[in-house]
Design a protein around this ligand. Sequence first.
Ligand code: HEC
Length: 252
Amino acid sequence: MSELLAVAAAALGLPEDLVRRSAEARAAETGSSVDEILTAWGGGEAVAVTPSPAPEPPTSVEVSAEPPTPQPDVAPEIVIETPPAQTAPVAAAPPGTYRPPVLVGAPDKPGLIILGAIGLFLVVLLLGLVGPSVATDEPGARTSEIPYSQAAVDGQKVYASIGCAACHTQMVRPVVADIGLGAVTLNDTNQVLGDRRFGPDLSDVGTRMTSSQLESTVTGDSTAHPPHNLASKDMAALVAYLLESRNSGGQG
Ligand code: HEC
């Protein structure tokens, strides 16, 4: 076999080791013996290869002869790489190119999925949080700016400072972000929102009570209302504030 190997290697112009392994692979593939392969490659029986560098143009080989089993025109190293025909994954693959078997299907696009998730998150954020908290000047829009007199502005401070907002709300808005803010005045309202409602909502109390009713309520004289003892100036301001508190939705 070694002479055959030497002849074949010389004929192909390739290292003996490579030729031997190629021949073995080819033999295993075709079912013939290694010697037969080597004989064919070395220019033996029924072989067309002339002792010149191996990869010849296929046409010249076809013209010269038809080898029985092995095909001497295929370069040995390519033979090694070629998978058995039945496991070749893609029929259209050009002969000699090794393609590992892969599952064919639509490729995943994780980047696109992540981008979509971020986009969806941003849209929800915009519609649910950013949009409702943008102040607007449009008449009848979501605002409770009330044109208070100076006395009422002072009364608002009294109202906020003595804790009326602990039991009364003014203007309850269906905005989740407002809950938990406590007795604050947001930038689109000059009412005191409050955080609990033990007593009635006072956002439009000025539409249903007179100044004397308001005062006697706050002092606890007329009802069982928690009594508040205020300086007369503060009481006047507070009553002015309550009187001027009208419905913020423009219906008051
Ligand atoms: C401890 C809780 C509490 C505090 C603090 C409180 N209120 Fe009240 N308020 C109530 C309750 C309860 C009612 C309803 C019962 C009633 O009218 O007696 C009420 C009713 C009222 C009413 C009548 C509203 C209506 O529509 O009948 C007014 C006006 C009022 N409060 C103003 C005030 C002001 C102003 C302050 C701050 C100085 C204040 N309240 C502090 C609990 C409170």
